[in-house]
Design a protein around this ligand. Structure first.
Ligand SMILES: [Zn+2]
Length: 125
């Protein structure tokens, strides 16, 4: 999936503006607890701070890309992951996505998708 597709600027306009100007995100921001950082090489907001302590060489795992669960691209990503894993439980989809993405209220968003997914319902039945 192309990076520009994510349009984080639409989901987090204030945060993107602040971080680009090397300022902290506003206190009321949904992202404040993630200590978000601007990644100029990909033009994406990533999780910063505390996760850096983890010993891991994969940039995506240390600094997952922050995503809004309401964004259509995020919904597509969840759908795609659910399908490619053959409709497993919520935790499995969450764990796979977490290797690269930090979806706000991710578990809830995945559960929401799976409740509506016909294939998931078939497996559960
Ligand atoms: Zn499914």
């Amino acid at each position: 999936m192309r990076r520009s597709f994510w349009c984080q600027a639409h989901s987090f306009p204030e945060e993107v503006t602040a971080l680009k100007a090397q300022k902290p995100v506003p206190n009321h921001s949904r992202l404040v607890s993630l200590a978000p950082e601007w990644d100029p090489s990909t033009c994406l907001v990533r999780v910063g701070g505390r996760l850096r302590k983890l010993q891991n060489t994969d940039l995506g795992e240390i600094h997952p890309i922050v995503l809004d669960p309401k964004h259509p691209a995020t919904k597509l990503l969840i759908k795609h992951m659910d399908e490619s894993l053959l409709h497993p439980g919520t935790e499995r989809v969450y764990a796979e996505l977490r290797r690269q993405y930090w979806i706000l209220q991710g578990r809830q968003a995945i559960r929401h998708h799976q409740l509506k997914c016909p294939s998931c319902q078939r497996w559960r039945a």
